[in-house]
Write a protein that binds this ligand. Structure first.
Ligand SMILES: C[S@@+](CC[C@H](N)C(=O)[O-])C[C@H]1O[C@@H](n2cnc3c(N)ncnc32)[C@H](O)[C@@H]1O
Ligand code: SF4
Length: 336
């Protein structure tokens, strides 16, 4: 079946599923400690979508054109029995690819069972190699060595790994070159993510963004790189290959070069709200509908209607004003 198309002609292709709103890190750009303190109330279990509900939604989205699923969070490895969910999702007709985004802390524990469940691709987040910088950034004092050794372990298990680094001005710019060298040597693609104004409490401003151009200039002053071909329509990262080995670097340029015009992504929060943009203010409560006993045909109609009305292009329209004053949902809730 042809994918459903939104008002700007964009097909639905990806569904990002947040499986938990909890996390074992407190990255200031995502879950600042001042907001997500000891008394923060996370969603109770009965408000999270069950695995059966997630599977049913994934099947419905696949019928509408979704080919790729990404599991995220919060920290997805904190959701109990995640490999069981992956096993179910792997069997869905039409789904060609499943990825998982993780901070990697719990990876050693779960890598083998995730692999056995059929998962092959991991995006791991790591913002610095310097222990002090990384310890501060993750808000928990976790050292990069743990993540690095878990990356090595997961590679040995057989995973294809990409590493994501969020760059913030004055915080971890100095880590760009060491990170590039480290992952180049290991043939792992490193993607630089521009600091984004997700949520309303991460202190974002344009001045704190290190743009793709700035990062590109730093890397190309040290390494010879050339543009790599786009892998598929709507690929978010602009990738470059090193001329002297197989590794690549990528840039996720939501701020300096928005990619709304080819955005094919839908997002399901851990409590079952559907968002058609990472920077949306409101989601559509699909959990209520699934729990009210709607049939598959009725749910398909609702989801189709939401996508067909979609006209989001927030990054195209971003200004200092919208970034500051527009209400936006948080990254840990929707999963990035
Ligand atoms: C919300 S996390 C969820 C998955 C997992 N906990 C992790 O960190 O990989 C997904 C991705 O969003 C990125 N992220 C979170 N807040 C961000 C922000 N304000 N700007 C850019 N990227 C952000 C994280 O670095 C991570 O790579
Ligand atoms: S970016 Fe990931 S690891 Fe960091 S606080 Fe957010 S959900 Fe947790």
């Amino acid at each position: 079946m042809e994918a459903i198309i939104d008002r700007l002609g964009r097909p639905i292709r990806d569904l990002r599923i947040s499986v938990t709103d909890r996390c074992n890190f407190r990255c200031a750009y995502c879950m600042p400690k001042e907001v997500f303190g000891d008394d923060y109330v996370f969603l109770p279990k009965n408000e999270l979508l069950s695995f059966e509900e997630i599977e049913r939604f994934a099947k419905l989205f696949a019928l509408l054109g979704v080919k790729k699923l990404r599991l995220t969070g919060g920290e997805p490895l904190m959701r109990r029995d995640l490999p069981k969910l992956i096993e179910k999702l792997m069997k869905i007709e039409g789904i060609e690819d499943i990825g998982l985004t993780t901070n990697g802390v719990l990876l050693k524990q779960y890598a083998q069972s995730l692999y056995d469940a059929g998962l092959r691709r991991l995006n791991m987040s790591l913002d610095a190699l310097d222990p002090d910088i990384f310890g501060k950034l993750n808000g928990r004092g976790i050292k990069p060595d743990l993540i690095l050794s878990n990356i090595d372990y997961a590679q040995k298990v057989g995973f294809e790994i990409k590493v994501n680094m969020v760059v913030q001005k004055g915080i971890n710019e100095g880590e760009i070159i060491p990170m590039a060298a480290y992952f180049k040597e290991r043939d792992i693609t490193l993607r630089f993510i521009e600091f984004m104004d997700v949520g309303n409490d991460n202190g974002w401003s344009f001045e704190k963004v290190v743009t793709k151009k700035e990062i590109y200039d730093m890397i190309s002053a040290v390494h010879d790189i050339e543009p790599a071909d786009e892998d598929y329509y709507g690929e978010v990262a602009k990738r470059y290959r090193y001329l002297d080995n197989k590794a690549q670097v990528g840039f996720i340029t939501s701020v300096s070069e928005s990619f709304c015009s080819t955005c094919t992504r839908s997002r399901l929060s851990s409590d079952g709200k559907l968002y058609t943009c990472l920077f949306a203010s409101e989601g559509f409560d699909l959990r209520e509908l699934i729990r009210s006993g709607m049939t598959d045909a009725e749910l398909l109609d609702v989801i189709t209607g939401i996508w067909e009305r979609r006209g989001d292009r927030y990054s195209d329209e971003r200004t200092e004003q919208t970034a500051q004053y527009r209400k936006k949902i948080g990254m840990s809730y929707i999963g990035g």
